[in-house]
Design a binder for this molecule. Structure first.
Ligand code: S3P
Length: 424
């Protein structure tokens, strides 16, 4: 990657990954045909689509709209083979919750990275509900073998704020006898709560928690997926740090449980405006106008962390280009993402000449006048790869990023769009 001049013009980023996963899952167990526009055709979402096709769900894709022929709450069929969730934590954890409610046997697994990620966080509560789940390391690692059915409701206090844990239990809760409650330390993304409501599930929300009533039938919907703020974040930071830039990113989801990155970057002095705020399928959306800005360091901790959880790799790049110190704390979850994102970003930024100190639950980054060039690594993590590509825009020399194919996990058109707005 070569350093860039200013970024300009406008772009649309692909659909939200979290919402795309949920649209297939709820569409599959609803009554009727659910249509989805703006669906993200990244590898993670294709893993979800393949898994549901393997359970007898007919899913058509005409290139624009996805049509999911729902089989009703009890219509899924036992898959004839192992369900491969690829790199997708959302697929494996949410589907494990859903499979816990099915009266058939299934096995879920994933790629070499996913098979290292913690599954106990969903296996433990789902087992408490009555699912029989076995896996490597006492059920803490995939592959997981699930014998579902006969679930009882629980009231679960999750030790971490995680939408994957919450949603997995909510999906199981649809099949449980009674009212299933999940509470979390601070609110994680609430796309499941919003989409359950859209599909007519019976649910009650309260501060940092939700209760789902088992047994309610879901009805097919027409879903329009907004652009993914996690994908937009790469372009927001790119425009902020590349002098002379002005970029308009259209149609981005601005759900308040996801906009931590905007709050953090504004706090750092970023010139970011939300225009034409509106709503799509129960989710708030806006166009985002960004102008390059002189950023300053900030302190990040507490409830903003789950609201920006996927954006830390690119926030680290912003911090590396800011004046002064940025401290990140309460972010231990970053160690169990697609890779350990604390160590991965700390090592990569050091290669680019930035002073970084790792802590157990975050890091301190001292902003640098200029990033140097060098050879950096994605560790198979899409968001690390794209963050490093953003860093390359302002480096003094060429940056070589090893293992960039992983961007297809969430954002197959990333490099084309970056070239377009960089005028290359
Ligand atoms: C997601 C939840 C988050 C996030 C992931 C998508 C979701 O994971 O990192 O990319 O769609 O529910 P956690 O719930 O583990 O924090």
């Amino acid at each position: 990657m070569q350093p860039a001049d200013a970024l300009g013009g406008e772009l649309t980023v692909p659909g939200d990954k979290s919402i795309s996963h949920r649209s297939i899952m709820l569409g599959a167990i609803a009554n009727g045909v659910t249509t989805v526009r703006g669906f993200l055709r990244g590898e993670d979402n294709m893993s979800t689509m393949h898994a549901f096709r393997a359970m007898g769900v007919k899913i058509d894709d005409d290139g624009e709209t996805i049509a999911i022929h729902g089989r009703g709450l009890h219509g899924l069929q036992e898959p004839g083979d192992v369900l491969d969730c690829g790199n997708s934590g959302t697929t494996i954890r949410l589907i494990t919750g859903l499979l816990s409610g099915q009266s058939f046997f299934s096995v879920v697994t994933g790629d070499q990275y996913l098979r290292k990620r913690p599954m106990k966080r969903v296996v433990e509560p789902l087992t408490r509900m009555g699912a029989r789940i076995q896996g490597r390391h006492q059920g803490s690692l995939a592959p997981l073998a699930i014998s579902g059915g006969g679930l009882s409701a629980i009231d679960y206090h999750s030790p971490v704020s995680s939408a994957q844990i919450k949603s997995s239990i909510m999906l199981a809760g649809l099949y449980a006898d009674g009212e299933t409650t999940v509470r979390e330390p601070s609110l994680s993304r609430d796309h499941s709560e919003r989409m359950f409501r859209l599909f007519g599930a019976s649910l009650v929300r309260f501060e940092n928690g939700v209760t789902v009533h088992g047994g309610a039938e879901l009805n097919a919907q027409e879903v329009t997926v907004p652009g993914d703020i996690s994908s937009a974040a790469f372009f927001i930071v790119a425009a902020l740090i590349t002098p002379g830039s002005e970029l308009l990113i259209r149609n981005v989801g601005i759900n308040p449980t996801r906009t931590g990155v905007i709050d953090i970057l504004k706090e750092m002095g970023g010139d970011i405006e939300l225009l034409d705020e509106r709503e799509l399928s129960g989710e708030p959306v806006a166009d985002i106008l960004v102008r390059s800005s002189r950023l300053k360091g900030t302190a990040i901790s507490g409830s903003v962390v789950p609201r920006a959880i996927d954006e830390f790799p690119v926030v680290c790049v912003a911090a590396a280009c800011a004046e002064g110190l940025t401290s990140i704390r309460d972010a231990k979850e970053l160690r169990v993402k697609e890779t350990d994102r604390i160590t991965a970003m700390a090592n990569n930024l050091r290669t680019l000449g930035v002073v970084v100190t790792e802590t157990d639950d975050g890091m301190d980054i001292t902003g640098s006048e200029r990033l140097s060039g060098g050879e950096v690594e994605s560790f198979g993590d899409h968001r690390i790869a794209m963050s490093l590509a953003v860093a390359a825009l302002v480096a003094t020399d060429e940056i070589t990023i090893l293992d960039i194919d992983c961007v297809a996990t969430s954002f197959p058109s990333f490099f084309q769009l970056l070239e377009k707005v960089a005028g290359k």
